[in-house]
Design a protein around this ligand. Sequence first.
Ligand code: HAM
Length: 417
Amino acid sequence: MESGIKRKLSTEPYKGVRDFYPEDMFVHNYILETMRETAERFGYLEYSASVLEPAELYEAKTSQEIVSEQTYTFIDRGERRVTLRPEMTPSVARMLAGRRRELALPLRLYSIPNVFRYERPQRGRLREHWQLNCDLFGVFGIEAEIEIITLADRLMQAFGAKKNDYEIRVNSRTLLMNTYRSLLKDGSEFPELLRLLDRKDKMESDTFLSAWQERFGAPFKDVEATDHPPLKELTEALTERNVDITFDPFLARGFDYYTDIVFEVFDTAPDNRRSLFGGGRYDRLLEIFDAEPLPAVGFGMGDVTVRDFLTTHNLMPAYRPSTDLFLATFDTSYIGAAQELAEFLREKGLRVAVNLLDKKVGDQVKTADKLHIPFILVVGENEMKTQTFKLKHLATTDEREVPREEIAPTIQKRIGA
Ligand code: HAM
């Protein structure tokens, strides 16, 4: 409304997305680095794509809920419908379908894109998150699931998790289909059955049973893992690799494209009993591009749930800024000299920030401390004359006289460079 008084802009970020101040960025980078290192240790190669995709990509075969309620879609200036990717799987399928004949199989790919979903923000769910995607293409056999679930397990351990901090639950859509086939008129009802199964844990048992009876005209019947040889084989092979999995006959997962084994990793902490990440096999996604089928198994691991897990289990890394040393100045006339010293030290590999303000030395030290910069030294008349500096380690208040040449090696020794 026009009121004559300009409304001040809010400093809050858009609903459900995050700002990353340096200390948040430190944790974010730690999470992404751990993901990257672990994926690469298993021979996965990094790829990327634009955050913008044609809207049809998600309408062809994904999840009804995501497409109709959770996508950010807009019309561009050329009248094209564009979606901010809500997940990475359709993008990687599109990229591989485009080069289907040239692929060197088995192909292992990973990416850590930010993805967008219009969801009600709550613990573990935001409107933008970063998601590690690891996918293994070209393997029809259970070896693919074995590798992918082992990788998921090793990722948890790379974050410092112990075995009983998390649980890997596994199910098979093929098994579900075989068990419930007689209840369905045709395959198109299967996604609805999966959605109902998926909600079972969130419903009263009676409500679930009557909803089932009403929809499928028969009483609900339990599924046995022993009915499905691949699940047995998977369990045995993973046990050999010291990876524990649990069969969960209600695990369905949201996306329509999964074709067989699905899995999900859960936090076991009583106050954070939630799903951390998951995935499964999707052998037919390339069909939407009219490309030759390509078997695929993979998962997506979000940074938000990982961060919650790290907090819950006391596994958060202690913050360390990327700056090693702060150069304080006796007064502003020494800023030039400090800049010169900074250049010299940067050449030696140190990360150095210089005071630029007319502040007392004591206040400069406080600033450096507030920023958690570990080392500080003062540039003044005496120091310039002797080319020797009092190097102070702020955390321990340890102080020592160090000649110019020795500053970098001294700091590098302390910070383990
Ligand atoms: P998804 O289960 O929808 O699967 O997402 C994977 C993970 O991303 C979730 O388990 C969670 O960690 C994180 N995540 C999802 N939505 C949100 C949200 N709104 N806020 C925060 N974190 C979220 C997929 O997206 C599949 N494309 C994964 C996949 C890859 N399957 C095979 N390959």
